[in-house]
Design a protein around this ligand. Structure first.
Ligand code: SAM
Ligand code: SF4
Length: 327
């Protein structure tokens, strides 16, 4: 007989966990300096489509309501549209989201939307091809990412965001242009403080706001809250003599620690539960998804969660590579 599972996941600090970030692969067609320094070799995709579907079903019974697929580059999974469709059909799951580098988006945006994907974040750090090559390697192509974002706008995602990791002396002069570009596609422009997974010189959220002002974006307060830690501002700017407006999100993982409100856990591409991005504790779930019972998987999830620290220690530590964990 199946043990009835509690529909609540609560960590040792009493934070309710409703959000799963699931890495589908640690493979990537880019090699961003801040994410996969040294091109760490892929360890392979531990969870196939049935294992992902089973894991999400178990998490949903335990109270997870939102799933974001990430990686590595999740669009390298040939079965991505089917994986989204399975998760969308899982009882209890209210929203499925995806984070991508945008390279395969032109062909995938519509099939993903039709499969039930609701929220889409696309990473774009610069409009300059040379700078993109410097950040992400030779495979990255600005025009493909732009076309992918245009296709996503056309496909009608209720939530579309353009993610930028801000690097001092690299793309910190493009924040205003990135905002105006995102708004022209109905997207939110999001600026992310660099976390210590690789190289690069960080820019704080406070400084990003100042730079946006210098680059023609006036900021006004806004109360919008999403699933995650981003805080928002409304922006006003001018393009071709006309006033343009839109939302901006800021993720200040280092200078504006948001761990008190944390509502998430991660599963890495190797199929291990990571309760905190900025921690090292892991509990392997992949073998149990092959041969274990649902109860054994649940027990492993609770064990992983029982070790979730009160806050990350990213300002004191550095980590190997985000590409293996899932950002
Ligand atoms: N490949 C996809 C992409 O690039 O969007 C999904 C995976 S990537 C790890 C998820 C997000 O993490 C991206 O927006 C990326 O820019 C961000 N990211 C990676 N390394 C980071 C770091 N060191 N600090 C802050 N954000 C980082
Ligand atoms: Fe790949 Fe995304 Fe990491 Fe860049 S940030 S190396 S695109 S996983």
């Amino acid at each position: 007989m199946t043990r009835p599972s509690s529909s609540h996941l609560v960590d040792p600090q009493g934070r309710r966990i409703v959000y799963l970030r699931l890495s589908l692969t640690d493979r990537c067609n880019f090699s961003c300096s801040y994410c996969s320094p040294g091109l760490a070799a892929s360890q392979g995709d531990a969870l196939d489509r049935p294992a992902v579907a089973r894991l999400v079903r178990i998490f949903a019974r335990m109270g997870i309501r939102r799933v974001r697929l990430t990686g590595g580059e999740p669009t390298l999974r040939r079965d991505l549209v089917d994986v989204v469709s399975d998760i969308h059909a899982t009882p209890g799951i209210e929203e499925v989201a995806l984070t991508t580098n945008g390279h395969r988006l032109e062909e995938l945006a519509l099939p993903l939307r039709r499969a039930g994907l609701l929220r889409l974040n696309v990473s774009l750090d610069t409009f300059d091809e040379g700078r993109l090559a410097q950040i992400a390697g030779r495979g990255a192509d600005v025009e493909r990412i732009r076309s992918g974002i245009a296709a996503a706008a056309k496909a009608g995602f209720p939530s579309l965001k353009v993610n930028t990791v801000v690097l001092r002396g690299v793309n910190d002069g493009e924040l205003g242009d990135l905002a105006r570009f995102a708004w022209s596609h109905g997207a939110i422009a999001r600026y992310i403080e660099l976390m210590p997974f690789g190289g690069g010189d960080p820019v704080s959220v406070a400084e990003m706001a100042r730079l946006l002002g210098e680059q023609g974006v006036r900021l006004e307060p806004d109360e919008t809250r999403g699933w995650g830690p981003a805080r928002h501002m409304r922006g006003v700017s001018f393009e071709g003599g006309a006033e343009v407006r839109g939302l901006l999100g800021f993720i200040g993982a280092i200078t504006e620690n948001f761990c008190g409100d944390c509502n998430r856990v991660r599963v890495s591409a190797a199929g291990a539960l990571r309760a905190c991005l900025g921690g090292r504790d892991e509990v392997s779930l992949a073998p149990l998804l092959g041969t274990g019972t649902d109860e054994e998987v649940e027990d492993a999830i609770r064990l992983g969660l029982s070790r979730k620290a009160d806050r990350h220690r990213m300002e004191e530590d550095s980590f190997d590579s985000m590409v293996h964990i899932g950002g």
